[in-house]
Design a protein around this ligand. Structure first.
Ligand code: HEM
Length: 432
C-alpha cells in the first residue's frame, strides 16, 4: 500500500493541475475574449456581487473593461460567462435571438421562478417558449398604456390594494431580487433558501387571488387582467392557475423595479441639476395633452438622459445555442453572455463626460446605436413606450405641481441592479 502512495499522490497532483489549467483555459475552437475565470468553482462571483456606491458603472465591469477591453470572459455562479459592453456586439446579439443565442436566466433565478426558457432543457418542464409568448401577448393586449410601476401594475393585473392587503408584495419582491445571482443551493440560512420560500409565498398568494376571483359571480368581476385570464382558461386548458401566477410574478419582477429605481434616480439628478429642472419647469407651463406629450422635446431629452445615466437593467442575459464568432473572438456553445448597457452608456468612448447629467446631448436625435436601455430585437422591453409616457406625465406633474428635496441616501450599483441602500429620503410638498 505504502509503495503505491507516491503514485496516487502524483496522479492527484497531475489531475488537479490539469483541472485548474482547464478551468483557466476553457476549451474553445478559436480565440476566447480576454479575461480571468477566477478561482475554480466560484470563479469571480464574489467580486461580481460587491456593490459600488457611486453613479458610475459597476466597479467589476469598469476595472475589467479598462484591463481587457469591451468584451471579456469570466465565471459567475458556476457558469462560463462573456460580458459585453460593446454596442456593436450587443446589437448583433439582439438580432441573433433564437438563431445563435437564446434568453437565459441565472440558474438561481430559473430555479426560483420554476422556469427554464432553455431549449437545451427541452423548454421548461411546464412552460418554456409558451411562457414567453403568452407573457408578451397578455402584456401587449391588456396593459396597453396605462399600467404603472409595481403597485400600479399589481393593481391593474389583479386589483391589488397595498393599503388593504395584508401581504406586502413589494417588500417580498425586494428580497427575492437580492438573491437573483446566488448559488442555487437550498440550504437554510442562504439568501437563495429565503428567496425560494418567499417566492413560493408570492405564488401561493397569487394563486389564491385567482381562486377567490373564480368564485366571484361574473357580473361582479372587476374587469382587470385576472378576469381576462379566467376567460382564456375556459378555452385553453394549458393555462393553469400556477402558470398565471408565474406570469404575473414575471411582470412585476421584470418591469416595475426598473422603472421605479430609474425614476428615483431621475429625481435625484434633477435636484442636483437646477438648470435642467428650471428648463423643465419652463417647458411644462401648459396643460398636458397627447399633442403636448408628443412635442415635449426637452422632457423627452431628460427622460433619455435619466435612462442613460440610471441604467436600471444592468444585465441582459443570453445563452449561446451555437458557437458565436465576432470581431475575431469565438464564444463556444452553452456559454452565458451578459450584455450590460451601462458599460456603453457610461463609457467616455461613447458619451462625452458620461457622468454629467446633460439632457441637451439628445437635442439632435433621441436615438443612436449606442443607446439601448430597453434591450433590442424580438425581446425588446414591451414596457418601453409605456415607461416613457409615465415618466413624461410624472415629470410634468412633479415640476409643475410639487417641489421636493433630497434628505439623504446613496446610489448603490451592483453588476445587475441599481439600488439605493437604505433608500432615498425625500420630502415632497405641493406648490402653493
Ligand atoms: C425604466 C424602465 C424599464 C427598463 C429600463 C426596462 C428594460 C427592459 C429590458 C432591457 C428588457 C429586455 C430583457 C431581455 O432582453 O432579456 C425588458 C423586458 C421586459 N420588460 Fe422592461 N424595462 C422597464 C420597464 C418596464 C415596465 C414598466 C414593464 C411593465 C409594466 C416592463 C415589462 C417588461 C417585460 C414583460 C419584459 C419581458 C419581455 C420579453 O420577455 O419578451 N418593463 N425590460
Amino acid at each position: 500500500m505504502l509503495a503505491t502512495l507516491p503514485y496516487i499522490l502524483s496522479f492527484l497532483v497531475i489531475a488537479t493541475t490539469y483541472w485548474i489549467y482547464r478551468w483557466r483555459n476553457p476549451p474553445c475552437r478559436g480565440k476566447l475574449p480576454p479575461g480571468s475565470m477566477g478561482l475554480p468553482l466560484i470563479g469571480e462571483s464574489i467580486q461580481f456581487s460587491i456593490p459600488s456606491r457611486s453613479a458610475d458603472m459597476p466597479r467589476f465591469v469598469k476595472t475589467r473593461m479598462e484591463k481587457y477591453g469591451p468584451i471579456f470572459k469570466t465565471s459567475l455562479a458556476g457558469r462560463s460567462v462573456i460580458i459585453s459592453t460593446d454596442p456593436e456586439f450587443n446589437n448583433f446579439l439582439f438580432q441573433q435571438e433564437e438563431k445563435c443565442v437564446e434568453f437565459w436566466m441565472m440558474d438561481a433565478y430559473s430555479k426560483l421562478i420554476n422556469h427554464t426558457g432553455s431549449s437545451k432543457d427541452g423548454g421548461t418542464s411546464s412552460l418554456g417558449g409558451e411562457y414567453h409568448r403568452y407573457y408578451r401577448r397578455l402584456f401587449l393586449d391588456h396593459l396597453g398604456s396605462e399600467a404603472m410601476f409595481f403597485e400600479f401594475s399589481a393593481k391593474y393585473l389583479f386589483s391589488y390594494d397595498p393599503e388593504k392587503c395584508k401581504v406586502k408584495l413589494w417588500e417580498k419582491f425586494s428580497e427575492v431580487m437580492q438573491a437573483l445571482v446566488s448559488f442555487p443551493v437550498r440550504i437554510p440560512g442562504t439568501p437563495f433558501y429565503r428567496a425560494f420560500k418567499i417566492h413560493r409565498e408570492i405564488i401561493d398568494f397569487l394563486m389564491n387571488t385567482i381562486k377567490e376571483r373564480r368564485e366571484v359571480p361574473e357580473e361582479m368581476r372587476k374587469g382587470d387582467c385576472i378576469d381576462q385570464v379566467l376567460e382564456h382558461m375556459k378555452t385553453d386548458p394549458r393555462i393553469t392557475d400556477e402558470f398565471i401566477a408565474i406570469v404575473f410574478f414575471g411582470f412585476l419582477l421584470g418591469g416595475t423595479e426598473s422603472a421605479a429605481s430609474a425614476f428615483t434616480f431621475g429625481m435625484v439628478m434633477l435636484q442636483q441639476n437646477p438648470v435642467v429642472l428650471e428648463q423643465l419647469q419652463r417647458n411644462g407651463q401648459s396643460e398636458l395633452t397627447w399633442n403636448e406629450y408628443r412635442s415635449m422635446g426637452y422632457t423627452m431629452q431628460v427622460i433619455n438622459e435619466i435612462l442613460r445615466t440610471a441604467g436600471p437593467v444592468a444585465a441582459i442575459l443570453r445563452r449561446t445555442i451555437k458557437e458565436v464568432n465576432f470581431k475575431g473572438y469565438t464564444i463556444p456553445e452553452d456559454w452565458v453572455i451578459l450584455i450590460t448597457a451601462n458599460g456603453t452608456h457610461l463609457s467616455p468612448e461613447h458619451y462625452e463626460d458620461p457622468l454629467v447629467f446633460n439632457p441637451s446631448r439628445w437635442k439632435d436625435s433621441l436615438t443612436n446605436k449606442n443607446f439601448m436601455p430597453f434591450g433590442g430585437g424580438i425581446r425588446k422591453c414591451p414596457g418601453a413606450e409605456l415607461t416613457k409616457a409615465i415618466f413624461a406625465v410624472l415629470l410634468h406633474l412633479l415640476v409643475t405641481k410639487y417641489r421636493w428635496s433630497v434628505k439623504g441616501g446613496e446610489i448603490v450599483r451592483t453588476s445587475l441592479l441599481l439600488g439605493f441602500g437604505e433608500g432615498y429620503r425625500m420630502t415632497v410638498s405641493a406648490r402653493s
